[in-house]
Write a protein that binds this ligand. Sequence first.
Ligand code: HEC
Length: 156
Amino acid sequence: MKVHHVLFAAALSLNMTAALAQDAHAHEPGHDGRIVLALTPDERAMILDEMRLFLDGVQKMTGALGQQDMPAVADAARGLGQKMAHAVPPALRAKLPAEFRQLGFSVHRDFDQIALDAGSMQDVSYSLTQLSATLQKCVSCHAMYQIQTPAFSARH
Ligand code: HEC
């Protein structure tokens, strides 16, 4: 009976080690030192789609700021706010580190704030300062993470 217990405990701890090793593998550093998010091609495409929307919105905002067109600044910023953050499928959500998700949420929240302030303050340089602080979050996330599709590459 006692032997069974020990074996069971050993099997459990092996499982735990395997699970921990797998988790570490999912977020191991890539060749350039950034943390690798191991995703499926569809998950990668979903994230990169959102990223291109970010860049598109930022381009619109800077254009509108140059024209001092504050309603257009507010519109472009609002488009990148919380309403853009669509529901993340649970399988993808589970693969994204908490810091990654928090950084993403905080960028969406920033854009909502920029939209509100652009409307109420009508101050180009204030909006630019806010935009610069938000772009710093884009920079931080890109410095920290990269996406790879290992299962897909292994098959090709
Ligand atoms: C929470 C993390 C995170 C934030 C915040 C973030 N990005 Fe990204 N972005 C990524 C990752 C990860 C990639 C893929 C990088 C890789 O695999 O090398 C990416 C890729 C991109 C790409 C490339 C898209 C493509 O089709 O290849 C663009 C453009 C981009 N981001 C723009 C932005 C802009 C602009 C912001 C801020 C307004 C932003 N991102 C904020 C994580 C983030």
